[in-house]
Structures are given as structure tokens and as C-alpha cells.
Design a protein around this ligand. Sequence first.
Ligand code: NAP
Length: 234
Amino acid sequence: MFEKVYLITGTRKGLGKELANKFLEEGHKVAGCSRGTSSIEHENYIHFELDVSNEKAAMKMVRQVKKEFGRIDILLNNAGIAAMNHLVTTPYESAKKVFHTNFLGSFLFTREVGKIMMKQKSGSIVNYTTVAVPLHLEGEAVYAASKAAIESFTRTSAKELGQFGIRVNAIGPTPVYTDLIRTVPKDKLDELLNQQVIQRFGEFEDVKNVIDFFNDEKSNFITGQIVYLGGVMP
Ligand SMILES: NC(=O)c1ccc[n+]([C@@H]2O[C@H](COP(=O)([O-])OP(=O)(O)OC[C@H]3O[C@@H](n4cnc5c(N)ncnc54)[C@H](OP(=O)(O)O)[C@@H]3O)[C@@H](O)[C@H]2O)c1
């Protein structure tokens, strides 16, 4: 099997950590980051403690990963935060943090890794949106808006980077049981599940399956696409 170099943001816990561990198990190299300390120990893993919205830190990490591993094949812009709130009671600071982490973090890493992938003339970038965008979920106005920005960014990035052999796609998970949704009330989650064609929680494997599909060499005709889980439609 051909060994790939993954850069995954947000690997301390949740989906990012599970993905990193799985790709390491499969024999790939992984560079990860989070604001907290590493929770992964593996000879093919390197961790950077940073905030994805810190421009200098993001640039430094990407430079160091290239130096350490020689290339970057796949970027997963996984780091993200949510803030459930009615829009009229959402503090400005909270909205700013959501946009900085979700949108600006994805922008910075796409820009920096994009430069390396342009030189390589290959690469796959996967961004993270959510079904809260097409479903216009109440209580998630700011979170969904930050992810809608990512959807637009995904499509334009795919156009701007396509000529360099770089593909950019996005996955939109339904609720998957991680810390991100632990504070969402049960009735809200049930309401959401009822709007899915396939009415169950997403599993880590559902997310990995779509990510693997996007990154597969055989998907070299797939770019600018957004795939929602659970049968949710745009
Ligand atoms: N779980 C779901 O139901 C669901 C549904 C739709 C979309 N998603 C998306 O899936 C992605 C992963 O979510 P998850 O459920 O795995 O969330 P999670 O369990 O809360 O994990 C988030 C990860 O991102 C890191 N992180 C957060 N802010 C960061 C920052 N500013 N800089 C660097 N790292 C940061 C966290 O580590 P630190 O705290 O140490 O920084 C953690 O490792 C997110 O983009 C989320 O929007 C999730």
C-alpha cells in the first residue's frame, strides 16, 4: 500500500483523533494539531499545540510538516467548534471564535498546504460542513453560517486549485456522538434525526468512509463536492 502524509487539524479528541489513529494503523504518516497537548503516541505522528486561527503558528506548522515528512498528500480541515444559542443571545466573542476556528482555520491551512500541493501537482483537501446548513437548524445560526462559508470556500478553492491537480471536497456529517454535541438537548437531537432520510446517529466509520472516498486515487474526477450523511439533501 502507498503510504500517504496526512495533515489533520483538531486531533486531540473526537473525529480528528479517531481518524488520525486509524490512518496511523493503516501505515500512513500523520501530523496533527490542537490547542491542547497530544493524546496520540505513535512513531509516525507529530503534534503541534496551536490554535488553527493563529496565522503564524499555522504557517510554521505546515513548514515543519513539509520538512519532517517531505510532502503533504492530504489535508483534513477537521478542527471545529459549535455554539448552540438563539442568535439574539449569542455573544459577539462567541460568534467570532466560531468563525475564527471553523472558517479562518480552514482558510489558513488550505492556503499554506495548497502552496505545497501546487508544487507537488497533487493533493486532496477535505473540509467539514454540517447538515445544519441545508436544514437551517434553529439555535445553530452562527455555527451553520461558519460552515456555509466553508461550503462556498470549498467550491471556489476546487476551481482555483483544480489546474494544479488538487481536489477540494467537503463532508457534512449528521450528529456523531462526540464532545461537540454532548450539550445539545435530547429533544433537539431527536428533531434533527427525524429530518434525516436514514434516522440514526452518524458513526465514525460513516465519516471515514466519505473521507476515504474523496482521497482515493480513483476519485480523481471528483472535486468541489459536498456530501451530507444520512440522506440529508441540499
Ligand atoms: N460530531 C458531530 O456531530 C459533527 C456534526 C457535523 C460536523 N462536525 C464537524 O466535525 C469536526 C470535528 O468535530 P468533533 O465532533 O470531532 O468535535 P470535538 O470532539 O469537539 O473535537 C474538536 C477537535 O478540534 C480541536 N480544536 C477545537 N478548536 C481548535 C482550535 N481553535 N485550534 C486547534 N484545534 C482546535 C479540539 O482540540 P482542542 O480542544 O485541544 O483544541 C479537538 O481535537 C468539526 O469541524 C465539526 O464541526 C461534527
